[in-house]
Design a protein. Sequence first.
Length: 299
Amino acid sequence: VDLYKKKHQLLLQEKKLFEINRNLQFEINDRRASEEKIVELNKQLIKHVDHLEKANKDLDRFAFMASHDLQEPLRKILTFSGRVYSRAAGALDSESLMDLKRIQKATLRMKNLIQDILTFSTLTTQQDNFVKSDMRALVCEAVEDLHEIISEKKAVIEVSPLPLLSVYPGLMRPLFVNLISNALKYSKPDVPPQISIYQDEASQATGAVSGNRYCRIYIKDNGIGFDQRYSEQIFEMFKRLHSQSQYEGTGIGLALCKHIVEQHEGFINVMSKPGEGSTFILSFPLEVSNADGKSESCN
């Protein structure tokens, strides 16, 4: 009987050992498959990195071509057409003078388009570090850049105290310049533009990761506004709600703004109504807020 029990126990132990060895083999096979998958993923990652490096080199070449080879002929067209206009203005009929002006206007539009495309394309190669910056000071720099057109339109711009945020300072100027100039461009005829820039804290923002805190910066105007159904379309490249003859522009400015905000892991939205103006809302990951104070102009 004892021998039978011992034999039975031995058989149970052998069976258990067999199960352990089989499970161990399964684990070894699974681990080997995982390691092979990791190796394959690493190969794919290396390939993607190589493609990305090649794309960046192509982008650098494009940037050089856009800043030199493409713009140089345009500069010459502007220069020589200007000379022809100065020298022969008295000898040309009104239609010929108008044609010269059209040449200069079209050339300048192409020059601006190339510059905007160049700016947009080089955003993805941003190498600077985030810097904690006074957003109000950055807005005021943009306002100063637009001083001439602000004076021309007799615009009033009020800027409330804004927070300190970690941003790429070099990208904030084109962001605010584009948004403020957009408000100035689409102002109502014979109505001085009123632009208010202010902020609030928000625990949620459209498209934001749940639980993150954001600072919303609002740029509100009293311009012509537009139908809310176009609120996403206007951020697409070359999408325009008005013809070139109505409002000049390259159709890149708002796409550039969206790209800049997304570079900061933020979001941009707009609320608008025809005849009642527009409010652009920038949502940035929140760092430090100093929102106390009254609205004032950038003086």
